[in-house]
Design a protein around this ligand. Structure first.
Ligand SMILES: O=P(O)(O)OC[C@H]1O[C@H](O)[C@H](O)[C@@H](O)[C@@H]1O
Length: 547
């Protein structure tokens, strides 16, 4: 038995889960008229209604006990104070420092990182303002109209999705494009849309070794020169964000055009650093700061609020509750806001790359489930598709519904309809429809008794499906910052309970290495073909393709 499953709270939760499984959410609501008020928590402009979860007060007490026995509070402090909690890479985990307004020195390897952070923000601000004012221009003296941001993983999804989410705040006259995939189509299609004289390229790579990013940047540079730009214009049109300055310089980026980031920021947690430069260019530096401020408010809440009011703790512990005691293997994020349609993909990377681990901190294989599959999409679209599985599928898929109370585009009844759909879905998941209700409905339609017998069972919706509803007054840089920080800390809480390192990603390495040796075989005149039979065959088919 692992140290986690032998904790007293774990067995107590297992026992308690049996009681809860025998209780319908309808009953929990009927038995407790105050439930909706009591299971509502607020922080940093976000309201969480967690009353439609399969819990009661005892569940919360036992989850709090689990947090206590797992040393959660100490682990939170260890992260914020800069301990090297990413122990497999011997690194601190300090994305929270990037949005902190504190001036108390924060030392990492003998250096106060607050100063480096502040200096980088100053450099970013000066750059953003210079581009916006048209002072930093293209080689033919025209102001920039387009930014092409090249990066992948954490160096792509954060900037792209956050900028997309904040479209109402965009700086006029500047468009950002994002290229990640090594598929030549990705960059070709972007380059068709831009003019070399008015395009600025940002190469974002923490390591500066990522195949996709290096390849796409070289292609962009070749295109730029092939379109007639002089060599000396590269400095004006190509900037980089990286923690590997020597590699960027060697690659040909001017040293003064490099924005630093650091080892203590994980890729999927890096949008708050200079990796967020495309966001800042797109929405302006003042609003980029508001994004940071919103996140800082959530950080403060996470560190100080009591567990029963603490949004990230509640959401993280609820995820553990369903993953480990209800065998739930996935979690769905449903954005009821068109601007937030990319958020599920962002959280997918954040959570699955963080908690998709099967080895615990002691180096042993875990004997319990860890990171569930995170997926989702945009409401109401999903209601006409995969919500079927949420309502009538055989398992439990906990859902997060996210809704701003005000729209940036308040058109007639649209927003009330959107909200009604959102709330209606949470209600349907919770209450479902019984056989009697299904039968009554069909009787009222005048259906014959034998037809009712045949059809009614298919119309039954078990309900009892858990969901959270997250509300904010309006989607702004500050509320978006708080929302993303909330999910970061939710991810942390789960990893802390599961005793895994949420901050490394060794699992992505092997495929990269194998990919490189396969690339040699695809391109070489004398391929080794020393792979397994299937892979060797695939290589041979590719080599023999008709061109
Ligand atoms: O920023 P880079 O060093 O180019 O890394 C880009 C991405 O690639 C890696 O494979 C990791 O899985 C990601 O966590 C990372 O964000």
């Amino acid at each position: 038995m692992s140290t986690l499953t032998s904790l007293p709270a774990w067995s107590a939760l297992a026992e308690h889960a049996e009681e809860i499984k025998a209780t319908h959410l309808r009953t929990l609501f009927a038995d407790d008229p105050q439930r909706a008020e009591r299971y509502l928590a607020e922080a940093a402009g976000l309201q969480l209604d967690f009353s439609k979860n399969r819990i009661n007060d005892l569940t919360l007490t036992l989850l709090a006990q689990l947090a206590e026995e797992s040393g959660l509070t100490k682990k939170v402090q260890a992260m914020f104070s800069g301990e090297a909690i990413n122990h497999t890479e011997n690194r601190s985990v300090l994305h929270t420092a990037l949005r902190s307004s504190s001036s108390t020195p924060l030392m990492v390897e003998g250096k106060d990182i607050r100063q480096e952070i502040a200096a980088t923000l100053v450099k970013m601000e000066a750059f953003v303002d210079a581009v916006h004012r048209g002072e930093w221009r293209g080689y033919t003296d025209k102001p920039f109209t387009d930014i092409v941001s090249i990066g992948i993983g954490g160096s792509f999804l954060g900037p792209k999705i956050m900028a997309e989410s904040l479209k109402p705040y965009w700086h006029k006259g500047l468009r950002c494009h994002y290229v990640a995939n090594v598929d030549g189509t990705a960059i070709s299609e972007k380059l068709k849309q831009v003019d070399p004289e008015t395009t600025l390229f940002i190469m974002s790579s923490k390591s500066f070794t990522t195949q996709e990013t290096l390849t796409n940047t070289l292609t962009a540079r070749d295109w730029f020169l092939a379109k007639g730009a002089p060599d000396k214009a590269i400095g004006q049109h190509f900037v980089a964000v990286t923690s590997n300055v020597p590699a960027a310089v060697q690659f040909g980026i001017d040293e003064e055009n490099i924005f630093p980031m650091w080892d203590w920021v994980g890729g999927r947690y890096s949008m708050w650093s200079a990796i967020g430069l495309p966001i800042a260019l797109q929405i302006g530096f003042g609003q980029f700061r508001q994004l940071l401020e919103g996140a800082e408010k959530m950080d403060q809440h996470f560190q100080s609020a009591p567990l029963e009011r603490n949004l990230p703790m509640l959401m993280g512990l609820l995820a553990v509750w369903y993953t480990n005691f209800f065998d739930s293997a996935s979690h769905v994020i449903l954005s009821y806001d068109h601007y937030l349609r990319g958020l599920p993909a962002y959280i997918q990377q954040l959570d699955m790359e963080s908690n998709g681990k099967g080895t615990n901190d002691q180096g042993d294989g875990v004997d319990y489930h860890t990171g569930p599959v995170i997926w989702g999409g945009e409401g109401t679209n999903g209601q006409h598709a995969y919500h079927q599985l949420l309502h009538q599928g055989s398992g439990i898929i906990p859902a997060d519904f996210i809704l701003p109370l005000n729209s940036h585009n308040p058109l007639g009844r649209h927003h009330a309809m959107l909200a009604a759909n959102c709330f209606g879905q949470t209600q349907a998941l919770m209450s479902g429809k019984t056989l009697e209700e299904a039968r009554r409905e069909l009787e009222q339609k005048g259906m014959a008794a034998d037809a009712i017998d045949a059809l009614a069972p298919h119309k039954v919706m078990p309900g009892n499906k858990p969901s959270n509803t997250l509300l904010m007054n309006k989607l702004t840089p500050a509320t978006l910052g708080a929302l993303v920080a909330l999910y970061e800390h939710r991810t942390f809480v789960q990893g802390a309970i599961w005793q895994i390192n949420s901050f490394d990603q060794w699992g992505v390495e092997l495929g990269k290495v194998l990919g490189n040796s396969i690339l040699d075989d695809l391109e070489s005149d004398t391929p080794k073909l020393d792979q397994d039979a299937s892979t060797a065959r695939l290589i041979t088919i590719f080599r023999k393709r008709e061109i």
